[in-house]
Design a protein around this ligand. Structure first.
Ligand code: NDP
Length: 445
């Protein structure tokens, strides 16, 4: 059986299998990607590329129900959330269609000497994208939209769980009018990805996924002297130092925690609550969590992995304050861990699902120290009634993003990325178009 398989996690039924790419298909994909870069990426106008992206955005909107149903079957996302993801992805293609030309404008340089100089933003070539299953359309949009605007071309290796959504995306790019080779979906295995990364015509690699995959892909890219962007996991702190509205705070926390069944790289994972609010917040959050109806995790394997992590945490001394920590097939109920001992493994791991860790702290300084005591540095959340405290804590947190008094504010114009083991590079916003770019100096005497 092919590794690329649609197994509905809600039922366990295998709904479709897709054959792995042959080595000939891999070779043809890179030939086509390089050819498209040379004939289209380097020569087409910015306006024409923007028009193609706008058409992609329209097609996502027109097909939102069909696209949403595909990922509902592939990785279990609830239909309303799946529609939301398709709409968000459309907004990203539209954002780069509307702003791409402005982001790619020449940057004139004031010279001391006579003559003139500009920095011109040029494409660099074919890129490989290795993408995960948790947001099958959105993760690809973050990578594809700015790079196609720039004139780079893309070979996609999507997650083995997502063969149908990746084929649907390839069809949309083709139908929108992108030339052959500008976006190719490949059901590649790891060795084939490695051979792509080593190919001299591939000029960069973007990975969104686990830390483990990041280590391998970054090593392979480094060995071949290719630029790499890594958007890896996170164990984002949700720090509560003050609130004037406990109801709204609990609602915000619950909405952020259980989106996509908790399978969100920058979702709140460690709740760090000041002593005076801890008991009430925990009680209310646990009550609200019990009432949440979740769909399945992306696979049985993911649910079993989460179950094993929770069992390890409990064996190390943590308390289960909500849930029994056991999966039911691919389903996993909202779960809360408290009293996680200092030094225990759980403190330093990402729990990719509806599991929350709770920590009681005495003040702002202890909250910051605990929040930073992690290998990860993706996002962070701070809740306070004091704007100066919000800014101070934001400055002190070692993460790529801090959201003050809000969760789930992701938007096409806001840059996304992490520090430490959460990776490097930025996606989205004006920064997202500057990763795989030749910032070319043109100096005229
Ligand atoms: P992986 O990192 O294994 O998968 C992400 C992508 O990387 C998939 O396309 C996968 O392919 C591919 N991949 C993994 N290893 C290699 C390799 N050596 N060479 C080439 N491609 C590779 O994530 P998992 O699906 O195993 O999820 C495990 C954990 O990853 C989660 O629990 C979470 O911690 C983290 N994660 C983080 C995400 C984020 O948004 N930052 C998203 C998803 C996961 P294939 O599917 O064929 O294995």
């Amino acid at each position: 059986m092919s590794a690329y398989t649609v197994t509905n996690p809600a039922t366990g039924t295998v709904e479709a299998t897709y054959p792995n790419a042959t080595d000939e298909q891999v070779a043809a994909a890179i030939d086509a990607a390089d050819e498209a870069y040379r004939t289209w990426g380097r020569t087409s106008t910015k306006a024409s590329r923007a028009a193609l992206l706008a058409r992609v955005a329209d097609l996502y909107d027109e097909r939102k129900d069909e696209l949403a149903t595909i990922i509902n079957h592939e990785m279990g996302k609830k239909l309303d959330e799946a529609v939301g993801e398709v709409e968000f992805s459309a907004s990203i293609y539209r954002y780069y269609a509307e702003h791409g030309e402005e982001f790619l404008a020449d940057q004139p340089i004031d010279r001391d000497a006579a003559g003139s100089a500009v920095v011109r933003k040029m494409p660099i070539g074919a890129l490989v994208g290795v993408m995960p299953w948790n947001y099958p359309y959105y993760q690809v949009a973050r990578f594809a939209a700015p790079n196609l605007m720039l004139g780079n071309t893309i070979v996609l290796k999507h997650a083995a769980l997502c063969p149908k959504s990746s084929a649907a995306m390839e069809a949309i790019f083709s139908e929108a009018g992108f030339p052959k080779g500008s976006f190719t979906n490949l059901y590649a295995d790891f060795d084939q990805v490695h051979s792509l990364i080593s190919d001299p015509r591939v000029r960069g690699v973007s990975l969104t996924g686990s830390e483990r995959a990041g280590v391998t892909i970054a090593q392979e890219a480094g060995a071949a002297l290719k630029k790499v962007v890594c958007e890896l996991g996170g164990s984002d702190p949700f720090i509560v130092l003050g609130t004037s509205d406990m109801d709204a705070l609990v609602q915000t926390a619950v909405a952020g925690k259980y989106e996509n069944c908790g399978q969100v790289c920058n979702g709140p994972k460690r709740f760090i609550i000041v002593d005076s609010l801890y008991d009430e917040f925990l009680k209310r959050f646990a009550e609200a969590s019990s009432a949440v109806e979740l769909g399945p995790l992306c696979s049985l394997k993911a649910a079993e992995r989460l179950s094993a992590q929770v069992a390890d945490a409990v064996a190390d001394g943590a308390t289960l304050a909500l849930g029994d920590g056991k999966n039911d097939g691919a389903f996993f109920a909202p779960t809360i861990l408290t009293d996680i001992p200092a030094g225990s493994k759980a403190r330093y791991q990402e729990f990719f699902g509806p599991v929350s860790q709770f920590y009681r702290v005495k003040d702002e300084a202890e909250a910051i120290a605990l929040a930073n005591d992690t290998p990860y540095g993706l996002g962070s959340y701070v809740f306070t009634t004091d704007p100066a405290q919000g800014e101070r804590v934001a400055d002190a947190l070692e993460t790529g993003m801090t959201y003050v008094n809000e969760v789930g504010a992701d938007s096409a114009e806001l840059p996304f990325g992490g520090v430490k083991n959460s990776g490097f590079g930025r996606e989205l916003g004006s920064l997202g178009i500057n990763e795989f770019v030749n910032l070319k100096l043109i100096s005229l005497d």
